[in-house]
Design a protein around this ligand. Structure first.
Ligand code: FAD
Length: 408
């Protein structure tokens, strides 16, 4: 088994017999994989569902700002009084490049999670529903076997092979499983944002608000975020696109940002990670395999949010996958239903958002400074999305072709 390497091309070596057989093998214990496992096990208690997580803990290390919208989250788990909520968010505040503050929403906006507790809560639900979870266990290769897959696995000090009737590739932003199965998961470099984030203490921000800060001098190609974590702490991070970042990495941009805006902040943890701001891959399924979440580029290309999207995809994969297993047909033709349903619910929107992001990237900072002032001219209580758009179009007609092209 040592010849099976984690690369796009798998070496041609003889594989040992499978030492274990399962109906469903979920690779990846993030929100997408955990919801897929929970929903599969819940829908059909007779199915054997096994989830592999490479890291030594479900939910850690955290590579995330941890912000989610209320509506999407509540479809999956009740956040009321949950120990995995760091903050309930009731305000969204934009900062224009020149620092102009624009308050755009107030009410039941969302939550900042504690993912070190959130994902274990999902894992518990998956486990109680009957799914088995192996941590510190990694899929290292994949090979077709009849109408299912052989999956090479390393964990617990041994290497072995599992045979699965259906594989769920939920292995995240740098996942290889879908690629091993022949799907095209490449990302154009302009659509890969490099992110860096500190958990800072001793910062004085409104703990009920999330802040999003735009500008080429702040985070070229992306934006900076401030997501409160309770007490006087916050996740403060930013994303940049390498082609626009002037040869400086995200950490360097972040250090400047923190120095300028949060000079008293005390750094208590640090993370880096990639966010794919690219529409969903063209094919998310092949025979006996479904790709879920970041592994399928299902992140919202405008916001960079992917937690709820991954959960929605996991649920959809369970719906389509369980029906296919019951029908005894896990062919790509049958699993296409997953791809089609995803594109109809969110994937097609992501194509539009991706084009919009591209179009907006052509406007410079002074345009967004003026736009912020225009929006601030609308009375706060009348600041609905429709009015903001209407007023922005009236005062900045250069936006018209952008909006017309991508939203009409
Ligand atoms: C800095 C940063 C900030 C972000 N902020 C936000 C935010 O505020 N809100 C939001 O909604 N989204 C945010 N995101 C995006 C969000 O984190 C992802 O979209 C989300 O985690 C995707 O879930 P997933 O289940 O698809 O993948 P992941 O959460 O990445 O889970 C994949 C899992 O698969 C495991 N794995 C990988 N390969 C293997 C293998 N071969 N075998 C076994 N296990 C494997 C990994 O260890 C990982 O645990 C952020 C991302 C970054 C990098």
């Amino acid at each position: 088994m040592s010849g099976v390497e984690k690369s796009g091309l798998q070496p041609e070596v003889a594989w040992p017999e499978a030492s274990r057989r399962v109906d469903v093998l979920v690779v990846g214990g993030g929100p997408g994989g955990l919801i897929a496992a929970r929903e599969m096990a819940t829908r059909d208690r007779g199915l054997s569902v096994l989830l592999l997580e490479r890291d030594r803990a479900i939910g850690a290390p955290v590579r995330c700002g941890e912000g989610v919208g209320s509506g999407g989250l509540s479809e999956f788990i009740d956040p009321k009084g949950a120990p995995w909520v760091s903050r309930k968010i009731t305000k969204v505040i934009f900062w224009a490049p020149d620092g102009t503050e624009v308050r755009v929403a107030e009410g039941d906006v969302g939550y900042v999670l504690d993912r070190t507790r959130f994902e274990p809560a999902l894992a518990t639900e998956a486990g109680l529903a009957g799914a088995e979870i192996l941590i510190g266990t990694e899929a290292t290769g994949l090979r077709r076997d009849g109408d299912g897959w052989l999956v090479a696995v390393r964990g617990g000090g041994r290497e072995y092979v599992i045979r699965a009737r259906l594989v769920i590739a939920a292995d995240g932003v740098d996942g290889m499983v879908a690629r091993w199965a022949g799907l095209d998961t490449r990302v154009p470099s302009r659509d890969m944002e490099s992110c860096a984030q500190y958990l800072l203490t001793n910062v004085n921000v409104d703990q009920d608000a999330i802040y999003l800060h735009f500008g080429d001098n702040v985070a070229p190609g992306g934006y900076a975020w401030v997501f409160p974590k309770g007490g006087e702490s916050a996740n403060i991070g930013l994303g940049t696109v390498a082609l626009r970042a002037g040869g400086r990495n995200a950490r360097q941009w972040l250090d400047d940002y923190v120095q300028s805006y949060f000079p008293t902040g005390i750094r208590v943890s640090y993370t880096v990670g990639g966010v794919i701001v690219h529409p969903t891959i063209r094919r998310t399924v092949t025979d006996a395999l479904i790709t879920v979440g970041d592994a399928a580029h299902m992140i919202n290309p405008l916001s960079g949010g992917g937690i709820v999207n991954a959960m929605k995809a996991g649920r959809l994969a369970a719906e389509v996958g369980v029906a296919a297993l019951c029908a005894g047909d896990v062919s790509a033709a049958r699993l296409e239903r997953y791809h089609d349903a995803w594109m109809t619910s969110l994937g097609d929107d992501h194509i539009r958002f991706h084009k919009l992001k591209d179009a907006l990237s052509k406007f410079d900072d002074s345009f967004f400074d003026k736009l912020a002032k225009t929006v601030n001219g609308i009375a706060y209580e009348k600041r609905t999305l429709r009015r903001i758009f209407g007023s922005a179009l009236m005062h900045h007609p250069t936006l018209l072709p952008v909006v017309a092209k991508y939203f009409v």
